[in-house]
Every structure is written in C-alpha cells, then in structure tokens.
Design a protein. Structure first.
Length: 260
C-alpha cells in the first residue's frame, strides 16, 4: 500500500498544476492497472497537499495584493464563486455520472482529446501580448466561469483557465500565474470541505501516517511543479501537454473498447 500511496501522491502533485487533468489521472491509474482504491479520505488528503503548495508559493502575491488593496484580489475572489457553487451543488451528480459510470473512462478519454484541441487552437492563434495588469472584473469572471468545466474529469482546471486567459490576450506565463492565483481560494475551500471526508470517510488500507505521507509528498511535488511550469511557459508553448493529452486520450478510449 505504501507504493500506491507514494505513486498517487506524486501523480496528484504533478497533474494538479499541469494542463493534463489531475482528476483524470487519479481515476485512470486504479482503473488501468487494477490497484486498490485508497478511499475518499486519502483522495481528500492529497488534494489538501497541493492546495497548501499553492498557499506556500503565492502567499507573498496575495499579501502584496491585500496590502496595496489591489482590485485584482477582489476579482480573484469573485471569479472563484461559479466553480465553488457548481462543485458544491453538483458534487453528487458529477460523482454519479462522471466517476461511478461504466462509461467514465470513455468520457475522460474524449475530454482529454477535445480540450487538447481547444488548448492547441487557442495557444496557436491567440494574441498573447498582455500581462496580469490588464485583467479587469469581466475578464476575471470569464476565466472563473471556465473553472466549472473542469469539474468533468479530463478537462483540466489549469488547462481550461490558462486557455481562457490566452483567449483574452494574456501571455502564457501571466495566464498560468492568474490560473494558479485563481485556483488558491477554490482549492483551499475544497480542501476545507473535504476535511470532513478525512474525519468521517473509511480509511480503508491507508493509515494516518501514510495519509500524512501522501499530503507531504503532494505538497512537495506540487510546489516544484508550480515553479517549473511558470518558468517553462515563459519560453515554450503548450504543445507538449497537448500531445500528451492526445496519446493518453486515444489510449484510454482503445482500452475501454477492448475491455467491453
């Protein structure tokens, strides 16, 4: 079980901040190789790990925005509302039709490919010339609404919000930075909501110590990935992530049809 814990925590830390869908990967790994499911509590725990990574990386940004009474902070909070409401109100629906459904892998595979096409098209054609100083309430809310789409596994919260930022003219690094700033309150809120699952959900085969290990690993890996991706996007396009999504998406669809 310790190997499963380590692998899933590393996977969460990597995929949460890359535009390749963390929820898809956390679902697909147990499905593809038939490993034991650590349970809801562990899943909640590693999500808290990556939420803490966001806080550790961006606390200075939020402190500066609050100190200057910058309106961007208000825009971030307002733009977090749509996904927070959709996640809270639609949690059971999403779990039933996109996690427990026998067609879930097919849906995820299609989502990986479809949103990969969306990402590539926007990244290739949009005029990426603006920084975050150009973000107003309207643009922030538009990007915030796109987070709702990420509730469906295979979409990618970071992917869809970075693409939305690019579509509005932000350069890649600014789009990614705003995406992560926007992710911080929603991730913290979801983490606090999931704390109840950590307390009440069955632990399964995962002990408290292994759960803590998962949080620490997800935190450390997530922190490293945030640092890397912000630097990477200063000089590179999203093409490598789009190609990965295509390979994974078509592979998942093929496996799903073979197993039918």
């Amino acid at each position: 079980m310790i190997l499963i814990v380590v692998i899933l925590a590393i996977l969460q830390g990597i995929t949460e901040f890359l535009p390749i869908s963390s929820s898809a990967h956390l679902f697909l790994l147990p499905w593809a190789v038939n490993v034991p499911d650590p349970g809801l509590a562990f899943d909640a725990a590693i999500h808290i790990g990556t939420a803490l990574a966001l806080v550790a990386f961006f606390w200075k940004d939020f402190y500066a925005l609050a100190k200057k009474r910058d309106k961007l902070l208000l825009y971030i909070l307002i733009a977090s509302v749509p996904a927070a409401l959709a996640g809270y109100l639609g949690d059971q629906f999403i779990d039933k039709y996109f996690h427990q459904s026998s067609s879930a892998p097919l849906i995820i595979g299609i989502g990986l490919i479809f949103y990969g096409i969306v990402m590539y098209t926007i990244d290739k054609t949009a005029k990426l010339s603006k920084d975050m100083s150009h973000i107003g309430p309207k643009n922030a809310l538009i990007i915030g609404f796109t987070q709702v789409l990420a509730l469906v596994p295979g979409t990618s919260r970071s992917g869809i919000t970075i693409s939305a930022g690019e579509l509005l003219g932000l350069n890649r690094e600014s789009a990614a930075r705003f995406s992560f700033l926007l992710a911080t309150p929603i991730s913290l809120g979801a983490g606090l909501y999931k704390l109840n699952q950590i307390v009440t959900a069955p632990q399964g085969n995962v002990s408290i110590m292994l759960t803590i290990l998962g949080i620490v690993i997800a935190f450390g890996v997530g922190l490293a990935v945030i640092t890397w991706i912000l630097g990477y996007l200063k000089k590179h396009t999203l093409l490598i992530f789009v190609l990965y999504r295509f390979v994974l998406g078509f592979s998942v669809i093929a496996i799903w049809f073979i197993r039918r």
